[in-house]
Design a protein around this ligand. Structure first.
Ligand SMILES: [Zn+2]
Length: 285
């Protein structure tokens, strides 16, 4: 199965940049979310593709009508309320952040929220306590595992590029990790964000085909900003961040259209029905 996911956040929701880190600044920036989500709707409509949308609570609070529109057609999940890194919060702060986002999304949409993705894939092995909190909050499916090195999180030693059951202190969480391929013994990510923007489509296509064939699974993650070449450049960004955040913006939409033509994607709810979880690999953290 191939699963497509979107993290619904604004173009300025970058994680390692102090000026945009907290909510107090977010109201000052240009609003691009309507235009960018409309673009995603058009692309999905053309290929009749289902997808799961992980939405920041702040977006839901600020633009509830947009979130209703997403939920009318697509599965939704939580991307926390305030888009903060998991390991920068205390357990109680994280709990409050997650539970309030779920309640808000459920109140606005009437849809049950059972899926979650941490901002910046910020659940590392040592942050496995997050699974206890997610499970208590009613989350049944997690998409926070980035099985490679990552600036904000990552589990480079995560063993499988396929759905797994994560076990931690008696909690069993169904996990849909980001896909990876292995080059010279290292996990290489190619199916989302800056990696998708940077890599040529021929390589994305090849690794997608191989990964899908070897694991019966491919998971893509795209942000609205990945497809928006018209977004402003944030002032004062360090050079490395500038390159990471703005590279490949003009070709990403075309690549995504090709990807959805060459591979059939669906959402987590649909994929979940085809998984025999009792046979799934167990990853103990
Ligand atoms: Zn995010």
């Amino acid at each position: 199965m191939n699963i497509l996911t979107f993290d619904i956040e604004e173009w300025f929701h970058l994680l390692d940049f102090d000026a945009t880190r907290t909510e107090s600044e977010w109201g000052k920036y240009e609003v691009r979310i309507y235009e960018n989500v409309d673009r995603i709707f058009r692309i999905l409509d053309e290929s009749n593709t289902k997808a799961t949308f992980f939405i920041i609570g702040w977006v839901a609070k600020t633009y509830p009508e947009l979130v209703k529109k997403i939920a009318a057609k697509y599965q939704i999940g939580s991307h926390t309320m305030n888009h903060q890194l998991v390991w920068q919060q205390s357990k109680s702060e994280f709990k409050e952040d997650v539970t309030s986002s779920i309640k808000l999304l459920e109140d606005i949409t009437g849809q049950k929220v059972e899926c979650f993705r941490a901002p910046g894939f910020s659940v590392r092995e040592k942050d496995a306590w997050a699974y206890e909190i997610l499970s208590e909050a009613g989350i049944k499916y997690d998409c926070s595992v980035f099985p490679a090195a990552h600036a904000h999180g990552g589990m480079p030693s995560y063993p499988k590029a396929a759905p797994c059951v994560i076990e931690y202190k008696g909690v069993r969480m169904k996990e849909f990790p980001v896909s990876f391929t292995t080059v010279a013994g290292k996990h290489i990510i190619f199916s989302g964000g800056g990696y998708f923007r940077l890599l040529p489509y021929s390589l994305i296509e090849r690794w997608s085909r191989e990964t899908s064939l070897n694991n019966g699974y491919l998971l893509g993650y795209i942000h609205p900003r990945d497809l928006d070449p018209g977004q402003p450049m944030l002032k004062g960004l360090p050079m490395a961040r500038k390159i990471k955040s703005y590279i490949g913006l003009s070709s990403a939409e075309k690549k995504l259209r090709c990807w959805l033509k060459d591979f059939q994607f669906t959402d987590i709810a649909t994929a979940n029905k085809s998984i025999e979880w009792s046979q799934a690999p167990v990853v103990k953290l």
